[in-house]
Design a protein around this ligand. Structure first.
Ligand SMILES: NC(=O)c1ccc[n+]([C@@H]2O[C@H](COP(=O)([O-])OP(=O)(O)OC[C@H]3O[C@@H](n4cnc5c(N)ncnc54)[C@H](OP(=O)(O)O)[C@@H]3O)[C@@H](O)[C@H]2O)c1
Length: 432
């Protein structure tokens, strides 16, 4: 059967939008299937210059420029557009644009994690009501195929757990701290100079970006929208070289892990730094790479790794979504299972690493172990390090066996109040 070409409308010609635009007009295979009908920008003059300079193949520039519009009404009421690609990012006006597109019965492709994590349920319902597709592969891990894998290939599996390194900036920082013994502030500065970190890195280093992404993956995997507020989040800004060195000594690396898992009592989702055994492949994911491990009842353990950002990787996802719409893929995101029980950190069982700065004096260790024991926490190992002769303060590094979050928090609260404990305890989950 010969299919007709799909007409595309693009919103936003930034880093990713320009690459998608270039691919659609320069790749002969793509231009047999798709034709750019219109491109919505805010300032036509700015983009006339960018396209004239960057597009790189003279004969197509005039055609490309004709497509630009700054009129939202003209763009959305264009009946020739079959698919709208949203590449502006953020919540507004992206949310209103995507809703408007779906209501006008246009298929939508986006790479916008903020938008999808915040409005996934409503937007999927709207797309189904209007009998069009909403695809967002690029919103998690850029070109790593993970959303389609969950919503199509693994549909027959009961997913038990997803573990991911899904923020390239924090992975770059932690990898550099581990490999080069650099400190957090210096690596962050270097990452900003190299363009791997934004001038305000809060979303990346404090775990908020990964929170959006793991929420999207968990919602799809478990068929029920995971409320964002139930995802526990802790970033990497407290991790120091000392922690990296102690982790290495115990046979671990430290990674920012995003995890969503089904436990017998409910679903637990979190983003936090974690000690990852050097024997696990996750510990070797370096630089700004992303990786996702999926555990399903039939498929077992599945592992996907790749570039989790950048114009090439993200445009690969966007173009793959377009292909899926063209050929009518089988992906189906169903969030109809209803509300589940969402567990808090206090309710789950974890092993932990704790670093304490304590006065080097008789009785401190036994006082701390007494508190752990009173809260039913058993200690797997303890090391004492770094005697600073001038201050008489030492590092005490404790690794616990499994313990319930609430017991652990109570114990840490009591330990922090001991007068010989000089700094806020550093706590890192151990991911076995
Ligand atoms: N960059 C990556 O590596 C990456 C990876 C995965 C996913 N993503 C996602 O891909 C999307 C695009 O990212 P990006 O890196 O390309 O961002 P970007 O370079 O900042 O580009 C955004 C573009 O959207 C335009 N825009 C903003 N508001 C607009 C409006 N109301 N109407 C029309 N255009 C508007 C901006 O134009 P002005 O010049 O007018 O501001 C800018 O050109 C985001 O959702 C991002 O999260 C990016």
């Amino acid at each position: 059967m010969v299919r007709s070409r799909l007409n595309i409308g693009i919103i936003g010609i930034g880093n990713i939008g320009l690459e998608v635009f270039k691919q659609l007009i320069s790749n002969s295979q793509l231009s047999e299937l798709f034709s750019i009908e219109s491109v919505l920008v805010r300032d036509i003059k700015k983009y006339t210059n960018i396209i004239s300079k960057d597009i790189g193949f003279e004969n197509k520039v005039d055609i490309a420029l004709e497509k630009l519009t700054d009129s939202e009404d003209k763009f959305f009421s264009n009946n020739n557009i079959d698919v709208i690609i949203e590449l502006i990012g953020g919540l507004e006006p992206a949310y209103s644009f995507v809703k408007r597109a779906l209501e006008y019965k246009k298929h939508v492709v986006t790479a916008n994690k903020d938008l999808i994590a915040t409005h996934i349920e409503e937007l999927i319902k709207l797309s189904k009501k209007n009998n069009v597709k909403l695809r967002f592969e690029g919103s998690v891990g850029a070109g790593i195929p993970i959303i389609e894998v969950l919503s199509d290939m693994l549909k027959q599996n009961q997913i038990q757990k997803i573990t991911g390194i899904i923020n390239g900036t924090s992975n770059y920082i932690l990898s550099s701290m581990f490999e080069n013994s650099s400190n957090f502030e210096n690596v962050l500065k270097e990452a900003q100079e190299l363009g791997f970190a934004e001038s305000d890195p809060t979303n990346d280093v404090e775990g908020f970006d990964a929170k959006f992404k793991i929420d999207i993956l968990g919602s799809i995997a478990f068929g029920s929208r995971i409320p964002l507020k139930t995802v526990y989040v802790k970033g990497i800004s407290e991790i120091s070289n000392k922690d990296m060195n102690y982790a290495r000594e115990f046979g671990y690396n430290i990674k920012l892990l995003a995890i969503t898992e089904r436990k017998p009592e409910g679903i637990y989702s979190s983003v936090s730094p974690a000690l990852v055994s050097l024997a696990q492949p996750m510990s070797k994911v370096g630089g700004n790479y992303n990786a996702v491990e999926i555990l399903g009842d039939l498929v077992g353990n599945l592992w996907i790794q790749g570039e989790g950002a950048g114009k090439n990787s993200t445009s690969s996802a966007v173009l793959g979504d377009l292909m899926g719409i063209y050929y009518g893929s089988n992906d189906d995101i169903n969030l109809s299972k209803g509300r589940e029980k969402y567990l808090t950190r206090e309710e789950i069982i974890l092993k932990n690493y704790i670093r304490l700065s304590v006065e080097d004096k008789y009785g401190v260790l036994s006082e701390i172990s007494g508190i752990f024991s009173n809260n039913e926490i058993s200690i797997a190992s303890v090391i004492q390090k770094d005697i600073d002769n001038s201050s008489g303060v030492v590092d005490l590094v404790i690794m616990t066996h499994d313990s319930k979050g609430i017991n652990f928090d109570t114990a840490i609260d009591s330990v922090s109040k001991i007068s010989s404990v000089k700094e806020k305890p550093i706590i890192i989950r151990i991911n076995d």
